[in-house]
Design a protein around this ligand. Structure first.
Ligand SMILES: *[C@@H]1O[C@H](CO)[C@@H](O)[C@H](O)[C@H]1NC(C)=O
Ligand SMILES: *[C@@H]1O[C@H](CO)[C@@H](O)[C@H](O)[C@H]1NC(C)=O
Ligand SMILES: *[C@@H]1O[C@H](CO)[C@@H](O)[C@H](O)[C@H]1NC(C)=O
Ligand SMILES: *[C@@H]1O[C@H](CO)[C@@H](O)[C@H](O)[C@H]1NC(C)=O
Length: 384
């Protein structure tokens, strides 16, 4: 239907035009009178501060980014906007949108460990892809100083869509575990959480088949150490039920202790959870000599008949195990009582000798320990 009266049409146009002008003017006044200035690095600072705590990370992102155009585009509302700089994870809780999972697996990996990740992708990782109940992800430290390595990681992330970057620099140790569980809890609704190293061969089908029969609460499952009257879980493989993760995350922030080594930090935290159900699983292979270099694992097949996982498995051995692991549902026994393995259920960091002994510090202060500033090299690359 057309306008019958040209004068009425002009009146309406004028009115709409005036209205738009007023709105634009109000928007301009609103933003130009906000307290402080919205400089681009202020905005980046605030965006980062909301998403991560370590002050070092804030400094890093501001200093390291030579891409000032991208910084300018940061709106300050969401982490999505600083994915232009480094696509690090955020910790915003997804609420009811969290994906429901039987098992969430986080493989903690250093940026340079591409070959290990490939070994995993070509073996046990494949059993994640055809199963809606499990999600497998690599998590690495995203604040990478080397530009070439940073680009490689960003490319790897776009290509495989299975690796996420934490806003960390590679030396944060205990803080890294806190960051991993905080992210996991914010993004997924899982029944079991497995945090595992990138040199671990995992019999994932075997694990998935037994989970429905395992305890659903208070569970701390892995390979424990029992020495000098104390016990602690080896951080290379740790399964927790979400109530335990929730208790970790509900600690009083002003008194929560961090430690240079995540396994000691977890030992300290678990002392405060009287209901904890510790499970030492002898089907997890752990020895001082990595499995890759051990005569015990030369020419073995069907490793999943005897093991649930094998630590110290580097990429060649990973592929070798994967060729013929017979990973499948097995006849399993109930977990033995923890007391059959260790008389103690508690942990005390003071027992350690000099090499491993560090004073716990408040997590909120982003503590550092003098353990060297480089990324942990691991056993594979140690001089013999
Ligand atoms: C960003 O934050 C850091 C630490 O909070 C501060 O030292 C720095 O001056 C801030 N940068 C800008 C540009 O405001
Ligand atoms: C956390 O600990 C501090 C210091 O001990 C205390 O003042 C505060 O009330 C505690 N907060 C909660 C929620 O318990
Ligand atoms: C492993 O298998 C290869 C080929 O079958 C054989 O030559 C070699 O002697 C075996 N090594 C051991 C330690 O059994
Ligand atoms: C593979 O595992 C299944 C289940 O434990 C077992 O029945 C079968 O004998 C195994 N296969 C081989 C070749 O060992």
């Amino acid at each position: 239907m057309g306008w019958r009266h040209p004068s009425l049409c002009a009146l309406y146009s004028t009115f709409i035009y005036a209205f738009i002008c007023t709105v634009l003017l109000l928007v301009y006044i609103h933003f130009s009178t906000l307290p402080g200035r919205y400089s681009k690095s202020d905005t980046l600072n605030r965006t980062l501060e909301r998403n991560i705590e370590p002050a070092i990370g804030v400094r890093f992102a501001v200093e390291q980014s030579d891409d000032t155009e991208n910084l300018a585009s940061l709106g300050g509302t969401d982490s999505v906007e600083y994915t232009n700089v480094i696509p690090v994870i955020d910790f915003k809780d997804l609420g009811h949108k969290k994906r429901k999972l039987l098992l969430l697996i986080i493989v903690s990996t250093a940026p340079g460990r591409f070959k290990r990740r490939q070994g995993i992708r070509e073996t046990w990782w494949k059993n994640c892809h055809n199963n809606r109940e499990v999600r497998c992800l690599f998590l690495t430290d995203g604040f990478i100083t080397d530009n070439a390595q940073r680009d490689l990681i960003i490319q790897e992330r776009s290509k495989y869509k299975d690796i996420e970057l934490q806003p960390l620099l590679g030396w944060e140790f205990g803080l890294r575990f806190l960051s991993q569980i905080r992210w996991a809890f914010a993004k997924f609704d899982f029944q079991y959480f497995l945090r595992i190293d990138d040199d671990y061969f995992l019999c994932l089908k075997r694990l998935l088949a037994e989970l429905p029969w395992r305890p659903k609460r208070n569970l701390v499952w892995g390979s424990f150490h029992c020495e000098a009257g104390i016990t602690w879980i080896d951080e290379s493989f740790m399964i927790f039920t979400p109530d335990i993760i929730d208790k970790f995350l509900s600690q009083n922030e002003s008194t929560r202790l961090c430690h240079a080594h995540a396994d000691q930090q977890i030992g300290i935290w678990l002392n405060d959870i009287p209901t904890r159900h510790l499970v030492h699983d002898s089907r997890l292979h752990h020895t001082v000599a990595p499995a890759s270099f051990s005569p015990q694992f030369v020419n073995v097949t069907n490793v999943c008949d005897s093991y649930l996982g094998i630590h110290g498995t580097y990429e060649d051995k990973m592929r070798y195990f994967g060729l013929n692991s017979n990973d499948s549902m097995k006849v399993e026994s109930p977990f033995p009582d923890f007391s059959t393995f260790c008389k103690s259920k508690t942990f005390d960091y003071r027992i350690f000798n000099k090499e491993w002994k560090y004073q716990p510090k408040l997590c909120k202060d982003n503590p550092r320990w003098n353990v060297g500033r480089t990324i942990y090299v691991g056993r594979e690359n140690r001089p013999p």
